[in-house]
Design a protein around this ligand. Structure first.
Ligand SMILES: [Zn+2]
Ligand SMILES: [Zn+2]
Length: 49
Protein backbone atom coordinates (compact mmCIF):
# COMPACT_ATOMS: atom_id res chain seq x y z
CA UNK A 1 0.00 0.00 0.00
CA UNK A 2 1.30 3.44 -0.84
CA UNK A 3 1.25 6.46 1.39
CA UNK A 4 -1.58 8.74 0.37
CA UNK A 5 0.43 11.84 1.23
CA UNK A 6 3.79 11.29 -0.45
CA UNK A 7 2.97 8.28 -2.66
CA UNK A 8 5.89 6.17 -1.51
CA UNK A 9 5.54 2.57 -0.47
CA UNK A 10 4.62 2.94 3.17
CA UNK A 11 5.63 -0.59 4.23
CA UNK A 12 5.74 -1.52 7.89
CA UNK A 13 5.37 1.73 9.76
CA UNK A 14 2.30 2.85 7.93
CA UNK A 15 -0.83 3.92 9.69
CA UNK A 16 -4.01 2.71 8.03
CA UNK A 17 -7.26 4.40 8.79
CA UNK A 18 -10.61 4.95 7.17
CA UNK A 19 -11.63 8.06 5.30
CA UNK A 20 -14.01 10.05 7.51
CA UNK A 21 -16.09 10.81 4.48
CA UNK A 22 -16.46 7.53 2.60
CA UNK A 23 -14.75 4.84 4.68
CA UNK A 24 -12.06 4.06 2.11
CA UNK A 25 -8.86 2.73 3.66
CA UNK A 26 -6.17 5.39 3.67
CA UNK A 27 -2.53 4.65 4.29
CA UNK A 28 0.04 7.07 5.59
CA UNK A 29 3.71 6.39 6.15
CA UNK A 30 5.60 7.08 9.37
CA UNK A 31 7.32 10.14 7.91
CA UNK A 32 4.09 11.78 6.89
CA UNK A 33 2.46 10.94 10.18
CA UNK A 34 5.38 12.51 12.01
CA UNK A 35 5.17 15.62 9.86
CA UNK A 36 1.37 15.69 10.02
CA UNK A 37 1.20 15.88 6.26
CA UNK A 38 -2.23 16.20 4.76
CA UNK A 39 -3.76 13.15 3.13
CA UNK A 40 -6.13 12.89 0.26
CA UNK A 41 -8.66 10.14 -0.18
CA UNK A 42 -8.34 8.39 -3.52
CA UNK A 43 -12.01 7.55 -3.57
CA UNK A 44 -13.78 10.81 -2.71
CA UNK A 45 -10.96 13.39 -2.74
CA UNK A 46 -11.50 14.24 0.91
CA UNK A 47 -8.47 16.03 2.32
CA UNK A 48 -7.55 16.11 5.97
CA UNK A 49 -4.75 16.39 8.51
ZN1 LIG B 1 4.25 9.44 3.20
ZN1 LIG C 1 -13.02 9.20 1.03
Amino acid sequence: MNCSSCGRDAKLNATVFECPSCGQKICRCADCKLNSNAYKCRNCSFEGP
